[in-house]
Design a protein around this ligand. Structure first.
Ligand SMILES: [Zn+2]
Ligand SMILES: [Zn+2]
Ligand SMILES: [Zn+2]
Length: 358
């Protein structure tokens, strides 16, 4: 997904020695003089504000600061010699960069009360304006960028239990259905039904993209809908961007970016065309061994549709009734009324198979 730069914000770092917060662009703790090390991390400030100073932005764009391998001091990406010990920086390692520090929000945060003297200070202040105490102990409630909710361990166990119960239930049902008993029965009767559908040309409404409507068909109402999403802009595309978030540039300044895509819209239209549609059906049924198709009287604007057939044999055994469907008329003709059959019957009373009794 293409990333767009929204701007840059000042970061902070916390001194390991005295706990004071310092602006990201400073390299030495303003309270105790401790030097920021390569393992000290940049953090999002409570109050994020887009930087307007072009010089600070230009410096951030030159890349992450480098760490002097002799004294450990932070130096600008393009510095030739260490500002602390004057050592050559040509082989100095760059600070880590690219880490997402959190969601960006320039919403005004309320003033903070100094825990020592009670003075109200702006949310951006790192030190009290009255007593110069460090304001580092403020709680930081930076929302992290939303991550898809993962299944918790508890949910997962729950899912396994549900799946287990389901599988056991399915197995029990399966076993019951597969366990059959033999029954000797006589054919009490048969039934058959044959159906022919009747079709006519009728207007049928559909919806599709304008360029997929068949030729010479009247187009109905259309509406703009998202047809595809792409990384590149297009004439009829709408730009959709995610929540801006701040990325560590390694220079004490964070880069605020957002991921954007383009939703390409197109006409989604209704259209109506004449199609062969089932309007009626004719049915023939009987209880004999000679099934026949119903007579169809078609008008000139009609035609026959699908045909379907169904055949059922009824058995009786010691006062109990069983029934079984068969596939076609030729199978049905084997079940002469009064003939005796050996049935395999499952636990639900369904006939699984029938075999002519000797
Ligand atoms: Zn310090
Ligand atoms: Zn140095
Ligand atoms: Zn104070």
């Amino acid at each position: 997904m293409p990333q767009e730069t929204v701007g840059f914000v000042n970061l902070e770092w916390t001194c390991k020695r005295c706990g004071s917060k310092n602006p990201g662009t400073t390299k030495i703790c303003s309270s105790c003089g401790n030097v920021m090390s390569s393992t000290d991390k940049f953090e999002l400030p409570v109050q994020q504000e887009l930087i307007k100073d072009e010089a600070v932005i230009a410096k951030a764009e030159r890349g992450p600061d480098v760490t002097c391998k002799y004294c450990g001091a932070r130096n600008a990406a393009d510095a030739k010699n260490c500002s602390q010990c004057s050592a050559d920086l040509t082989e100095a390692a760059a600070r880590k960069s690219g880490e997402v520090l959190g969601a960006f929000s320039d919403e005004k945060k309320p003033d903070v009360k100094c825990p020592y003297c009670g003075e109200l200070n702006p949310a951006t202040a790192l030190k009290c304006s009255k007593c110069a105490a460090s304001l580092a102990q403020r709680p930081i409630d930076q929302p992290k960028p939303a991550r898809p909710a993962a299944l918790t361990q508890g949910n997962r166990i729950g899912l396994f239990v549900v799946a287990g119960v389901f599988i056991v239930a399915a197995l029990v049902c399966g076993l019951l259905l597969f366990r059959t008993s033999d029954t000797s029965a006589a054919v009490r009767g048969v039934q058959w039904q044959r159906v022919i559908k009747i079709m006519e040309q009728r207007p049928v409404q559909h919806q599709t993209w304008r360029d997929q409507i068949p030729a010479n068909v009247p187009v109905g109402a259309c509406e703009l809908k998202v047809r595809s999403t792409q990384d590149q802009p297009a004439p009829n595309a709408e730009k959709i961007c995610g929540t801006p978030y701040t990325v560590d540039t390694g220079s004490g300044v964070g880069k605020v970016v957002q991921d954007c895509q383009y939703q390409v819209k197109d006409d989604w239209c209704a259209y109506t065309q004449q199609e062969w549609t089932v309007v009626d059906s004719v049915v023939a049924k009987g209880a004999d061994a000679n099934p026949a198709w119903p007579t169809v009287n078609l008008r000139t604007d009609q035609r026959e549709g699908d045909r379907s057939e169904a055949y059922v044999v009824f058995f009786t055994s010691d006062g109990k009734e069983y029934q079984m469907t068969v596939a076609n008329a030729s199978d049905l003709s084997k079940y002469v009324v009064g003939s005796r059959w050996k049935l395999k019957v499952n636990a639900l009373g369904g006939v699984v198979s029938a075999e002519a009794a000797q």
